[in-house]
Design a protein around this ligand. Structure first.
Ligand SMILES: Cc1ncc(C[n+]2csc(CCOP(=O)(O)OP(=O)(O)O)c2C)c(N)n1
Ligand SMILES: [Mg+2]
Length: 300
């Protein structure tokens, strides 16, 4: 997908999906806390559009609804999983923070900060041994970048020469704590470079840059079979979890990448894409809401 309108359509679908999930959460239909990905859509869609499951596999953080959707997981089943319905991706055993759609190339999200990163190393090793040209991509936050397992995985990926792309979504926040405060050394990409990883920077506010950098860096990993590290600058447009009274966000810029992208598209085409995306998201979440709830004790 090297097309700005496609990028806009897919990102708008994810945004609309998240806003419907927020409404459901407000009404008490989402078990546990729900972390929305609003703000990171352009970067995520640009990268995932270049991947194909099950050859390629992606892992993500607690904030991964958009990644599962971007990899092509059935939106109704994703919504049903989040809402604790029987028709969920894994019959509501996982819920919002533990989504999995392996056939579509989504190996799972993870409630343990950074926990998804070593899992992707396993997927990358599998891809290498299968010799079918697959790669693994792991998305994690600037907060997770301080986890030991993330740094160990960078070391392992270089030592074993794994086709693994590390994508650090830098939104400047870990819960309510600013990255500047929590990270020793402001340049997180420099850490990756010190392990010998090729590094790249993506402006998640700029659709053209997202498409360009996504192509260059995924091609590098696929063609060389080596790992790489991508820092994607993205905003977090809502609280850490939906419903949080996030006063601290007042100090952070709240520009919306999807709105920026819309401004560069033809008005009619963008309006059509947005309205189709909103209808599809509405239908998926409504269908999931109408499913019966999963039993408290799920049959294994
Ligand atoms: C091992 C572990 N420590 C702490 C937490 C609590 N926690 C959940 S999300 C989060 C912040 C993560 O920040 P970041 O990685 O930047 O992701 P973002 O929420 O910004 O997308 C923390 C500390 C956790 N879930 N797991
Ligand atoms: Mg963060």
């Amino acid at each position: 997908m090297q097309n700005l309108l496609d990028l806009y359509a897919k990102a708008s679908f994810i945004r609309a999906f998240e806003l419907h999930i927020a409404v459901a959460a407000e009404a008490g239909h989402v078990p546990g806390l729900v972390h929305l990905c609003c703000g990171a859509e352009l970067a995520e869609v640009a990268i995932c559009s270049l991947l194909k499951g099950p050859r390629d596999q992606v892992t993500g953080s607690h904030r991964s609804h958009g990644l599962a959707l971007a990899m092509g997981a059935d939106p109704t089943a994703v919504a049903a999983e989040i809402l604790g319905r029987k028709g969920g991706l894994s019959k509501a055993r996982g819920g919002t923070q533990h989504l999995i759609a392996q056939r579509d190339g989504f190996l799972g999200s993870n409630g343990i900060v950074g926990g998804q990163v070593p899992i992707a190393a396993g997927a990358a090793l599998t891809a290498k041994m299968m010799e079918a040209g697959g790669i693994a991509v792991t998305f994690f936050g600037d907060g997770a970048a301080n986890q030991g397992a993330v740094l160990e995985t960078m070391n392992l990926a270089v030592a074993l020469e794994l086709p693994l792309l590390f994508v650090m979504e830098n939104n400047g926040l870990g819960q309510s704590t600013s990255s500047d405060y929590a990270s020793g050394g402001a340049d997180l990409s420099a850490r990756a470079a010190s392990f010998g990883l090729k590094t790249a920077l993506m402006d998640g506010f700029d659709g053209i840059d997202c498409l360009r950098v996504a192509k260059v860096i995924t091609d590098y990993v696929r063609n060389s079979g080596k790992p790489a590290f991508l820092e994607a600058k993205v905003p977090r447009l809502s609280g850490h979890y939906f419903g949080e009274k996030a006063d601290y966000l007042a100090h952070h810029a709240a520009e919306d990448p999807i709105e920026y992208l819309c401004e560069s598209l033809s008005v009619g085409a963008a309006a059509r894409a947005k309205s189709e995306a909103e209808q599809a998201a509405h239908d998926a979440v409504t269908d999931a809401m109408n499913m019966s709830e999963a039993n408290a004790e799920v049959e294994l």
